[in-house]
Design a protein around this ligand. Structure first.
Ligand SMILES: O=C1O[C@H](COP(=O)(O)O)[C@@H](O)[C@H](O)[C@H]1O
Length: 261
């Protein structure tokens, strides 16, 4: 199933489309099994989620937080209130802005009590504890391994989750959550979903904005031989639908059909 690309002139329209997409999948998941399992990413996605889930009042009033189970597609090995934490970003921008009666999602976060070292750096880190964090996070994934929605970012280098171009973790098949201590983007110590988790999902959506992503998207959609991690997600053939929500500048010069969600 080829990836679908939804493009908009304005950033706010990208966020509103992401909000609509989330609500449609939330409603389908809840009517089927009474719960919505969604994985989030960090980086630029944080601000999009704030616009989609807090500022857009129609979407905000449709979110059934009590029935959400939230996971993180990757996480940096830093305290949950650290500026580099992907959970921390979601907490600051979304959770802390929820009205008191909004309900409480079930949050699946790393076990902070096992953290060592400082700021996700290698110095002072105890790798055996990092591996415990990794194993513990894997145990939090749904028993059937199936997430309803995974929201992904695409870095300017084409990475997604903490799966980086050319990295050996792109081949990881035996673990659902993997540990990385040589992330080329700081901080170096992180955990990440592997391809088997992405392959088992119902729906994946990338959100990518800005002219800085155009060269990368050109390669992802135009170069059949590209091995960029985000391009490899587009090629998953397990039946998971892959969507891209982008602004016009991110797809300027990219030879791809776009639509509105
Ligand atoms: O390091 C990370 O980067 C990616 C991409 O971030 P973006 O700011 O270019 O959208 C992000 O998806 C991932 O969760 C994060 O850990």
């Amino acid at each position: 199933m080829p990836a679908k690309v939804y493009a908009y002139a304005e950033s706010i329209d990208v966020a509103n489309a992401v909000g609509k997409y989330i609500i449609q999948h939330q409603d389908a998941a809840i009517s089927a099994k009474n719960t919505f399992k969604i994985a989030l990413s960090g980086g630029s996605l944080g601000k999009v989620l704030k616009k989609a889930l807090i500022d857009n009042k129609d979407v905000a009033s449709s979110v059934k937080w009590d029935q959400w189970e939230v996971f993180f597609s990757d996480e940096r090995l830093v305290p949950l209130d650290h500026p580099d934490s992907n959970f921390g970003l979601f907490n600051e921008l979304v959770l802390k802005n929820l009205p008191a009666d909004a309900g409480n999602p079930k949050l699946n976060v790393i076990d902070e009590s096992l953290l060592t070292g400082k700021d996700g750096q290698l110095e002072g880190a105890d790798e055996s504890k990092d591996l415990e964090i990794t194993k513990d996070y894997a145990s939090k994934l749904p028993a059937d391994g199936k997430l309803d929605v995974i929201l992904l970012g695409c870095g300017p280098d084409g990475h997604t989750c903490s799966l980086f171009p050319g990295h050996k973790l792109l081949q990881e098949r035996s673990k659902l959550i993997a540990y990385i201590s040589d992330s080329p983007k700081p901080p170096p110590r992180r955990i990440t979903f592997t391809f088997p988790v992405l392959e088992a999902a119902t729906s994946i959506a990338f959100v990518a904005e800005g002219a800085g992503k155009a060269v990368t998207l050109k390669e992802i959609f135009g170069d059949k031989s590209s091995q960029l991690p985000s391009k490899l997600v587009n090629e998953i053939s397990t039946g998971v639908e892959v969507n891209w929500f982008v602004d016009d500048s991110a797809v300027k010069g990219v030879d791809v059909l776009t639509a509105k969600y």
